[in-house]
Design a protein around this ligand. Structure first.
Ligand code: PBG
Length: 340
């Protein structure tokens, strides 16, 4: 074949893809383990580890076991933890009052971790669902309405007891209106002005939370006058502009960090918030997103390591500074081994 007359492009982007060294030189996104947050599920007792079926590699841990894991994670460079308590079903009530008990499992875990792993950043979830016999993030009226202002009042109390126990960051995941301002006021009033607020700014009514609800046994219960889903407070997956409405409110209410959740199906929302705000943006790579890759890998249909790295990198590329992920430790190990 005569190739002398072929067109010869002068711009050749492939020049910068030619070797691993050159690709490393021009790589735009570097995701280091210190930007990852590892969620931990807690249970009572000591030396307890109850595996969570749909979240391979994760278990409900007693506080001593959670401390061991947090120490190991810190050594690998993952120093931030998001704490979720699996509350004893006997302590779940309609009014979720265990949420504001300063000696509850969550506060006990914060005190234990604070003391044993002082270098860790502890993040605590603010919502009523782990404590509610209804499985909702808020209080429910007799007619089945999720009560906004009454719930916010309780969430503010929750934030203060978490701060007293020693948390660094409180993280309202409930999607009630006005909660960031209420939390800030309550924390400041109690002299906890250094405790930061990471707001779930755009949390969608997603089907990808399934494995998490199994872990905490926290799905909405099937009972008369209990809404079957969280659609009256979590956002409609079809909406992106509405995330900006939420973001402007959260900034005005003095949120320190804003979160989008889930992550992969909402990369456009992460990118939009990144472009309209200068606050750090977090994304939550949720339980179902993790379980999908794990399940496909188990069937031999996907390469777990490459898919997980590609997924987390894309979330960072979209604009997330911080990523909550169940794959945090795996990523830190791959990072150490290969320098991804
Ligand atoms: C509840 C809460 C949920 C998650 C974090 N906090 C579930 C829900 O809203 O029903 C989901 C996390 C995950 O799926 O990994 N306030």
């Amino acid at each position: 074949m005569d190739t002398s007359n072929l067109p010869r492009p002068i711009r050749r982007p492939r020049r910068l893809r030619r070797t691993a060294a050159i690709r490393g030189l021009v790589r735009e996104t570097h995701l280091t383990p210190q930007r990852l947050v590892l969620p931990l599920f807690l249970t009572g007792g000591t030396n307890v580890s109850i595996p969570i079926d749909a979240m391979p590699g994760h278990a409900r841990l007693s506080v001593d076991k959670a401390i061991d894991l947090a120490k190991k994670a810190c050594e690998l460079g993952v120093k931030s933890f998001d704490l979720f308590p699996a509350i004893d079903p006997k302590k779940k009530t309609d009014d979720a009052k265990e949420a504001v008990n300063p000696d509850n499992l969550l506060c006990e875990a914060v005190r234990g971790l604070r003391e044993a792993v002082p270098q860790a950043c502890l993040i605590t979830d603010i919502a009523l669902d782990p404590y509610s016999s209804m499985g909702h993030d808020g209080l429910i009226s007799e007619k089945g309405e999720i009560l906004n202002d009454e719930t916010v009042n309780m969430l503010a109390e929750m934030a203060v007891i978490h701060a007293q126990a020693g948390t660094d960051i409180v993280s309202p995941s409930d999607m009630m209106d006005g909660r960031v301002e209420a939390l800030r006021d309550a924390l400041d009033e109690a002299n906890h002005h250094n405790v930061a607020i990471l707001s779930y700014t755009a949390k969608y009514a997603s089907a990808f939370y399934g494995p998490f609800r199994e872990a905490l046994d926290s799905a909405p219960v099937d009972a008369p006058n209990v809404p079957k889903d969280k659609a009256t407070y979590q956002m409609d997956p079809a909406n992106a502009r509405e995330a900006i409405v939420e973001a402007l409110l959260d900034e005005a209410e003095a949120a320190d960090i804003m979160m989008v959740k889930p992550a992969l199906p909402y990369l456009d929302v992460i990118a939009r918030l990144r472009s309209i705000s200068s606050l750090p943006i977090a994304a939550y790579h949720v339980s179902g997103e993790y379980a999908m890759i794990k399940a496909a890998a188990k069937l031999g249909w996907l390469e777990e390591e490459r898919c997980m790295i590609e997924t987390l990198t894309s979330i960072a590329r979209a604009g997330a500074d911080i990523i909550f992920t169940y794959a945090a430790l795996d990523y830190a190990k791959w990072y150490r081994a290969n320098g991804v």
